[in-house]
Design a protein around this ligand. Structure first.
Ligand code: SF4
Length: 408
């Protein structure tokens, strides 16, 4: 969604506190990518109708708590949401917008191999404003190494189809740092990455998310590395790859992994970092509900079968959650400060504390320490903003902020 230009804005002022988002998790994939540790399954036949009914029932049972709020964003993520047929996706969108009104941003995560001209048009007709394409690379050899099912030609054709269908907001995900075979050196990988970024720039996408390839335990790529094959670039190449991103893309880095052209930010992501309430529907989906008297986080069961058997039943009932926790205002404040510090958007710690009803005093010293170390900059109006250095060393910045929480 095109948000107001960020200079002069603070993260906490971008939304009304009465705004909220809905996230739908579709935990199915055709097959597992070789780096993936997300919660998704690869059944021979997707239980699309049963899963759609379960999501609709969950929405009916849970939306009442959020009913006084204003729906700002709707996001279909996964897994692979485009594994669901369009009639099911449309049914969920209709049920939500009929009840909550039409939000200003509706995003669908899609895999390039699932796009057809007809499907793109149908997503547009359903009201989607933004498509987030799981491209990962424009290099077919890299795509095979990652275990993706598409190739370069399909990817370029998918982007064309989205433009033709009238989508102005195309976001793409890219992964860097992989070494697809022993022939490729880290310095060659830098040139392949440059080419990926240049292709992304030329594609007309307005938003790109760039992720370093990480080896999650027990994934196939992790196993290869354990067996002695080098599958990731050396640290200095990774640092160079990260550094070249904004200029090569011609975009602004507004968060650790996210880059935008002009002010085409992801409102869904920004609203989560700004601490707004969100309702997560589907197996393994997380929710946050913040009200003046209560802040609650909940995760749905990760067990897809259990999720469907409870909710796709003659008398639908909510399955036991994976967990539910009440957050104290001070814990929520620590999280809000850490989320704000992930972004390059200014934030006002005192205003955030006031929104939550928490005391900012215990955090003053650690925020001051982060300013002294050059990870946060203090703006003339007293607000703070994370520096480039603070983005690079975000884990250390988090630890410093968390010291304030531990002293409480
Ligand atoms: S498509 Fe996404 S969620 Fe599915 S296996 Fe690949 S990376 Fe994981």
């Amino acid at each position: 969604m095109k948000l107001p230009n960020l200079p002069g804005q603070t993260l906490e002022s971008l939304f009304n506190r009465s705004d909220f988002g809905i996230y739908i998790h579709v935990p199915f994939c055709m097959r597992r990518c070789r780096y993936c540790a997300f919660i998704s399954s690869t059944p021979r036949s997707i239980p699309d109708k049963a899963y759609t009914r379960a999501v609709m029932h969950e929405f009916a049972l849970r939306h009442g708590l959020y009913a006084p709020l204003n729906l700002k964003t709707l996001y279909f993520g996964g897994g692979t949401p485009t594994m669901l047929p369009d009639c099911d996706i449309g049914e969920i969108v209709d049920a939500i917008t009929n009840r909550c009104g039409t939000p200003s941003e509706i995003t669908l995560e899609a895999n390039p191999e699932h796009l057809t001209a007809q499907r793109c048009k149908s997503w547009r007709d359903m009201g989607f404003t933004r498509i987030s394409l799981g491209i990962q690379s424009f290099d077919t050899q890299m795509l095979q190494f990652l275990g993706r099912r598409h190739d370069r030609q399909q990817t370029l054709a998918a982007i064309d189809m989205l433009h033709t269908a009238g989508f102005d907001e195309i976001s793409i995900d890219l992964i860097y740092g992989g070494l697809p075979d022993s022939e490729r050196t880290s310095s060659q990988a830098i040139e392949f990455w440059r080419s990926d970024l240049e292709t992304a720039r030329a594609s007309g996408a307005v938003h790109v998310s760039c992720y370093e390839l990480t080896l999650e335990p027990h994934t196939p790529l992790w196993t290869r590395q354990k067996r002695g094959q080098t599958v990731v670039c050396d640290e200095s190449a990774i640092a160079e790859m990260m550094t070249m991103i904004p200029q090569t893309l011609g975009m602004t880095r507004y968060e650790i992994s996210n880059y935008s052209r002009g002010s085409y930010y992801s409102a869904h992501n920004l609203s989560c970092w700004a601490g707004l309430s969100y309702l997560g529907l589907g197996a393994a989906a997380h929710s946050l509900y913040t009200a003046s008297n209560r802040i609650v986080r909940q995760a749905n069961t990760q067990n897809i079968r259990q999720y469907m058997s409870s909710l796709d039943a003659p008398r639908p009932a909510l399955p036991n959650p994976e967990f539910t926790e009440d957050l104290t205002p001070r814990t929520h404040l620590a999280e809000r400060l850490m989320c704000a510090a992930r972004t390059r958007i200014a934030f006002d710690p005192g205003a955030i504390a006031a929104q939550i009803g928490a005391d900012i005093a215990p955090y003053q010293n650690c925020l001051h320490k982060a300013v002294e170390r050059g990870w946060l900059e203090s703006l003339p109006d007293g607000k703070l903003r994370t520096t480039d250095q603070g983005i690079l060393l975000n884990n250390m910045l988090d630890s410093v902020i968390f010291e304030g929480h531990e002293t409480l």
